[in-house]
Design a protein around this ligand. Sequence first.
Ligand SMILES: [Zn+2]
Length: 103
Amino acid sequence: MESIFEDAFLKALKKHASIQKLVKKKVDLILENPIAFGEPLKANWQGFYSCPVKRSFIIIYLYCEACRKKGDDTVVLCCDCAETPNRTVKFVLLGPHYDAYGI
Ligand SMILES: [Zn+2]
């Protein structure tokens, strides 16, 4: 499995240093099976998956195989999807629920 970490994700990881270990554990789980450990998001976040780190704190990611299967690639903002292998997980955001959703 390939993994890509977006800048926003890495920045958030630095900011929330106290949960770095927890996040790394979750990242490992997601890389093992992105579909099983994720919850598909809807509306503005269609095509994205979320995985809770702890209460109200989530990781948002994309799984390129899933992007393509659903034909979501026209909807999903997976910018370099065409260049990534199918088995790529892109970690997009990390944050409290409201923060990650931009609310
Ligand atoms: Zn993709």
